[in-house]
Ligand binder design. Structure first.
Ligand code: CP
Length: 321
């Protein structure tokens, strides 16, 4: 593996899952792998889990991790080729990224979408400019359209739980839209769809209100319905997430609390486990009664972020040897 931006960087999802679960059982198995190596974690946006789990993962591999909150502490970066920098941006990525590439062996970057210009966001210009100019492996800590470390974690968590069920039947996995007060990126939903489709070991259903279609490039292969109750029937895993509109980009059309998952709705499921990437707005996006119940996998899921990150860093270190 040379970079970790999307599922297309991964030759074998199940091999990564097994490696992650092996690290969970034995966190320091490769404590020398990253000795004398340095990882830079660049945040253009806030984070709790991604930042800390990647730091812990790096430490488990013997790496030094340095966090740089670019949005608060760095110069305002320009990403546009040929830009006349007479506005607010101070340093071009062409100048900054090669320097970061000299300081670090691996660069990890979080850069959210603007939700104003779909073409620009979906071109993934920011992360591609880092890749172009850094000269070292780049890991997405969530980009404009995808969140691959989260999605790897999600499959690890599903596999970890499903093997305790001792069944050979494919799990039914439902991604359901949920209400929210702010327009959120489509990244987590896009990425989850991309990974579950590529994994191919589940019956995958996406349910959302009308006009909340995600980009087909990510959802192709999934069954899509506006009927949440029908989608939840016999579900083994329900992944809850809000996203703003894709077609009329970055809008909130719908905020009906009827879309929030409840115990009552889950009665039609196969005693489903409920997942969410966090942070979650309680009693808006997901009810207390679900989050505080035995249905919820969210804490286990967030804990598994460490093993996903550790696996990806180890793969990059091993590829570079
Ligand atoms: N799920 C996730 O990426 O969490 P953070 O935004 O806290 O990193």
């Amino acid at each position: 593996m040379k970079q970790f931006i999307s599922v297309y960087d991964v030759p074998n999802i199940n091999a990564l899952v097994e490696k992650a679960l092996a690290y969970k059982a034995n966190p320091f198995a490769d404590r020398q792998l990253g000795a004398d190596k340095r990882i830079g974690l660049l945040f253009l946006n806030p984070s709790l889990r991604t930042r800390l789990s990647t730091q812990v993962a790096a430490r488990n591999l013997g790496m030094e991790a340095i966090v740089f909150n670019v949005d608060k502490e760095g110069w305002a970066l320009e990403f546009e080729e040929g830009a006349i920098m007479s506005g607010n941006t101070v340093e071009h990525i062409k100048d900054a990224a090669p320097i970061l590439g000299q300081y670090f062996d691996i660069l990890c970057i979080r850069t959210f979408p603007s939700l104003k210009n779909r073409e620009e966001d979906y071109s993934e210009m920011f992360i591609h400019q880092f890749i172009k100019y850094a000269g070292v492996p780049v890991v997405s800590l969530e980009s404009a359209t995808l969140h691959p470390l989260q999605s790897l974690t999600d499959i690890i968590t599903i596999q970890e739980h499903y093997r305790t069920q001792h069944t050979k039947r494919k799990p039914k996995i439902v991604l359901t839209w949920a209400p929210h007060v702010k327009p959120l990126p489509q990244c987590v939903a896009n990425s989850f769809s991309q990974w579950i489709n590529a994994w191919g070991e589940a019956d995958f259903v996406i349910t959302h209100p009308q006009d909340y279609e995600l980009a087909e490039q990510f959802t192709k292969g999934a069954a899509i319905t506006h009927d949440q109750d029908a989608a939840l029937k016999d579900a083994d895993y329900v992944y809850v997430k809000n996203w703003s509109t894709y077609n009329d980009y970055g809008k909130i059309y719908e905020n009906d609390p009827a879309w929030m998952l409840t115990e009552e709705k889950l009665k039609a499921s196969n005693n489903a486990k409920v997942m969410h990437c966090l942070p979650v707005r309680r009693n808006v996006e997901l009810s207390d009664e679900i989050l505080d119940s035995a249905h919820s996998l969210v804490t286990q899921q967030a804990g598994n972020r460490v093993w996903a990150a550790q696996t990806v860093l180890a793969e990059l270190l091993q590829s570079g040897k």
